[in-house]
Design a protein around this ligand. Structure first.
Ligand code: ATP
Length: 315
């Protein structure tokens, strides 16, 4: 495997009509999870990606597994728990510009993940382990599982990539800050958004925040700056990598996951760090142009076209 990731994926229900959900009769369903989005993004770009998780032994678990498998991601490490359910959530569109999210994920199958879900040999055969700050927020067991996965990676020379992916609803601010700081310091590559960086280290400019992650232990800091692109800080290179222009943002959710997939894809292909981040910016931008978290993730040919076209338009 090029990249292995670990985390919870849920089924997202969206009522087809707006207004209070009690009146909704028709729903669309989608598969949603930050870590599986990254794995799908990598698979679409031609890399080998694996996703570790636990699903409920129910129809939603089957749906998630077959969707992710269908995208070409290795799901051999996914297990089914017959005493817990797959996590679900609902996106209620109260009015044209007011959304309300409702999660049914507490004590979900994924929140019961433990060290037993990890196979050291599977992790040791990968080049990168990708983990996020969502998983440790699910339960103490999940936090320990992330620590164990990182330990297996580190002792086998696998590069650890950490995306803080702050979810304030899942835990208290002070505990989240403590855990995210700790895990950021244990990673080789850290991918914070500027807001997450400020949450963890306090309000400051991007350069000082990147330096704070570096001083905390991460060797490479790639900070996401929304449409402006990203800021890189490592021993080898430091500086901005400009974003790609997007005419109309249709759905910004999932841009960060696409960005992670693009950066990792570039690093796997041996690109210089800033070029890899440029690929991340391109994938992130492409994701925002399409509704859904994974629908806009490009294959290599579309990605190359997008990068070349933008470059031509710049000249
Ligand atoms: P998410 O909503 O998925 O959690 P995030 O907050 O982690 O996203 P963002 O900074 O919003 O991350 O987006 C990640 C990357 O996607 C950016 O660094 C940039 O490269 C690209 N991107 C996001 N929004 C835009 C935009 N409006 N125009 C162009 N590129 C964008």
């Amino acid at each position: 495997m090029d990249v292995i990731t670990l985390g919870e994926t849920m089924v997202l229900f969206t009522p087809k009509s707006s207004g209070l959900m009690r009146y909704a009769g028709d729903f669309s369903t989608k598969v949603a999870g930050a870590e599986s989005n990254v794995a799908i993004g990598l698979a679409r770009l031609g890399h080998q990606a694996g996703w570790i998780s636990r699903l409920g032994k129910d129809e939603f678990g089957e749906k998630i597994q077959s969707f992710i498998r269908g995208e070409g991601v290795d799901v051999s490490q996914v297990t089914f728990d017959d005493s817990a359910s797959t996590g679900l959530y609902f996106k209620e569109k109260l009015t044209a510009n007011e959304l309300r999210l409702k999660y049914y994920r507490s004590d979900s199958a994924a929140s019961r993940m433990s060290d037993d879900d990890l196979d050291e040999t599977y992790i040791s055969n990968a080049r990168f382990l990708h983990v996020t700050g969502i998983t440790p927020a699910l339960s103490e067991h999940c936090f320990e599982t992330v620590l164990k996965a990182m330990e297996y990676a580190r002792r086998n020379g696998v590069t650890v990539v950490f995306d803080p992916n702050l979810r304030r609803k899942l835990w208290t601010d002070s505990y989240a800050r403590q855990v995210l700081r700790k895990l950021s310091g244990m990673a080789d590559i850290v991918l914070p958004g500027i807001d997450e960086a400020e949450f963890i280290f306090g309000q400051s400019d991007h350069e000082s925040l990147a330096q704070a992650f570096y001083d905390n232990g991460a060797k490479t800091v790639i900070m996401k700056l929304g449409k402006k692109g990203a800021y890189v800080h490592s021993d080898r290179s430091t500086g901005f990598v400009g974003g790609f222009p997007v005419e109309q943002v249709v759905d910004p959710v999932g841009a960060g996951d696409g960005f992670a997939a693009g950066c990792l894809s570039g690093i796997i292909d041996g690109l210089e760090l800033k070029e890899a981040v440029r690929r991340g910016n391109a994938v992130g931008a492409m994701v925002t142009m399409v509704d859904g978290d994974v629908e806009g993730l490009p294959g290599k040919a579309r990605l190359t076209d997008f990068i070349n076209k933008t470059h031509r338009d710049d000249v």
